[in-house]
Design a protein around this ligand. Structure first.
Ligand code: DX5
Ligand code: ZN
Length: 224
């Protein structure tokens, strides 16, 4: 198996989401957050079917792969993730998260991703109950909890959805990462970290700021 690149659990990681970045300058935008010392970048893939928005796919990821050494945390907000997973691995994704609401056989897809040499994640929407992922979560390397409805950056954090992190932490124990996605900023960071989240997806609170390095520092401090 090729080397797995998702950082091992036990650290707080910030994964800047490129959704709010300048898509005409993506490589430069990613280089800026890389220089701030993050280890991961969160790539939001939307198909206009599972979510009402369209973003990037494997061809863009393959080009970015040539420009960045960051761990590519790929969040597939797409229907039929099993059909496309291999193409994302070939393009250079290091970690692939798919939605429980979109996959027919989540256990099979997780096995397949592991066979392909990448780490695997399951994601649940704000209205999806923890029970839906209870059996699957321990098979994953990271569980992604949506704290907004998937589809758009810059939405308001949903506190009730974030509470699911505490229950998921009980289920998976300390060795599986729990990532939160949506409305994460210096105010909401302490809340999700207190529930047991260790991986913070941050879009607007980094890319809407002119000083990305300071923005990342503010999140880091809020996570302490
Ligand atoms: C929403 C995406 C998120 C989002 C995060 O569908 O999955 O990654 O872009 O952006 P902010 O931090 O702006 O909520
Ligand atoms: Zn995302």
């Amino acid at each position: 198996m090729s080397d797995l690149r998702l950082p091992k659990a036990g650290t707080i990681e910030i994964a800047p989401s490129i959704l709010d970045a300048d898509f005409a300058k993506l490589a430069d935008e990613i280089a800026q957050v890389e220089s701030a010392g993050v280890n991961m970048v969160h790539l939001d893939v939307m198909d206009g079917h599972f979510v009402p928005n369209i973003t990037i796919g494997p061809p863009v990821i393959a080009k970015l792969r040539k420009c960045s050494g960051l761990v590519f945390d790929s969040h597939l907000m797409i229907s039929e993730p099993a059909k496309y997973a291999e193409r994302f691995v070939e393009a250079g994704a290091d970690h692939i998260t798919f939605h429980i609401e979109a996959a027919e056989r989540s256990d099979k897809l997780i096995d397949r991703l592991h066979e392909l040499g990448v780490t695997a994640g399951i994601c649940l929407n704000p209205e999806t109950e923890v029970e839906a992922i209870e059996k699957i979560a321990p098979l994953c390397d990271m569980v992604l909890v949506m704290t907004v409805r998937p589809g758009f950056g810059g939405q308001k954090f949903m506190p009730e959805a974030a509470k699911k992190v505490a229950r998921i932490r009980e289920i998976v124990g300390p060795d599986i990462r729990i990532e939160v996605d949506g409305g994460i900023d210096p105010q909401t960071t302490p809340i999700v970290v207190s529930y047991g989240a260790d991986t913070l997806v941050v879009g607007k609170a980094i890319f809407s700021k002119s000083d990305r390095i300071a923005a990342i520092k503010a999140i880091r401090q809020a996570a302490r």
